[in-house]
Design a protein around this ligand. Sequence first.
Ligand SMILES: NC(=O)NC(NC(N)=O)C(=O)[O-]
Ligand SMILES: [Zn+2]
Ligand SMILES: [Zn+2]
Length: 507
Amino acid sequence: MATAAAKGRVLPLLAVAAALAAALLYRAPFSKSMGGEGCSLLPHDHFWIASERVVTLGRVGPAAVEVKAGLINAITVGDYRSFLLRRPVVDYGDAVIMPGLIDVHAHLDEPGRVEWEGFSTGTRAAAAGGITTLVDMPLNSHPSTVSEETLKLKVDAAKDKLYVDVGFWGGLVPENALNPSALESLLNAGVLGLKSFMCPSGINDFPMTNSTHIEEGLVTLAKYKRPLLIHAERIPDDQIEDGLDGELDPKAYMTYLKSRPPAWEEAAIRDLQRAMKDTEVGGRSEGAHIHIVHLSDSKTSLGLLKDAKQNGARVSIETCPHYLAFSAEEIPDGDTRFKCAPPIRDSTNRDNLWEALLDGHIDMLSSDHSPSAPDLKLMEEGNFLRAWGGISSLQFVLPVTWSYGKKYGISLNQLASWWSERPAMLSGLKKKGAILPGYHADIVVWKPEAQFHLDDSHAVYHKHRNISAYLGRQLSGKVLSTFVGGNLVFAEDKHAKAACGAPILAK
Ligand SMILES: NC(=O)NC(NC(N)=O)C(=O)[O-]
Ligand SMILES: [Zn+2]
Ligand SMILES: [Zn+2]
């Protein structure tokens, strides 16, 4: 093995697994979490992985990463080949070894709407895409995660179905927002933070909150130092009666775009001014943190958020690959795969989102993977106003970010910051989000240069490939291997036999 490593070859992983098992002097005790009972395609709990491009310590270069008992034990930077002689190593040659992605915005929809998405399919897609941790949204499952009891239903439903680690956001809804003890019991039960909507969510048991609900909820969140995630669109008062239905062609993307203008995002952010101020040092909810999910408007809304940050508010912003990859001009009429809220806007807006991301005003990325049963997308009818909103993308966010970001000159370190470090901070995951000693061995190995066409022959693990907006695209960046807690959960287009990811509950 060491000889092969010295030649710099990438060993076929399954062969490596067999070789490791045969060559090692001792056998690891098989435990469920550490390479046992089918949890890992590499049945050992102490090994090294190495390559010419390891993203660690703010740099990219040759290094070997020692993985032991699920954690990163040590990192040897520089020419690792002689060091690794006679050690069990998977040498990935010039492939990139990077922290696994942490997707803080995924709708896994179980229990209750498993025909939309589920823990097993969703986390298999995540593993295939290099995502090692998902944080599940509290809505689209049934019931919504808004109490200790409903969180327990989630955790029970996830049992033995997780191929990656999964945390949970709870819902801040009118029913619990003004009731600190209800919120405390939800937070004590382990949600990583709360999420609320400022416009109708489309889900009956997840009603929208107003700014009072938000301000009061933040006071409780401050005690726990956990964030409030906000879907920041609000129907401006003068537009409430403005139904567009019937007047304009509902199949035209422009009709949908006009029905949810940037003014909706702006109205929500303006409503949040006091709540944001409360998070400043000395404010009523100091210690809490407002996180704006899926920002689409790169103009006034972004400007207001930048100001709030500058004034000391604890605010962070995410946007999603679909706002960075697509533009309104290119969305075909009737193609409801592209319907999401807020909508994908024009190409100038898209370029400005990239600029804000590169400048650090937008802090991180998330998928907002939100599939539905295909019939709800009304693909044949193509009616944008009646179709269910949500982009289905989970498996492809890494190659999509890379493929579309290349022309903006993005770097591997930026990818790791947007997709791992910052999301780990938001979710309070202290030992995740970087390749560092003592951290979880949550790692993606991928080849940025490898191109693939996302056609019908490509394996897609999330439910309903036909509603994915990325189908038919040429992408660059192929995931070779994904490790979760030291388990090789995906390699060579195969998953480990058993689902050994862990539910993550905050303490
Ligand atoms: N109920 C939903 O899944 N909503 C989601 N739908 C989108 N983004 O179109 C969301 O995150 O707002
Ligand atoms: Zn949303
Ligand atoms: Zn969402």
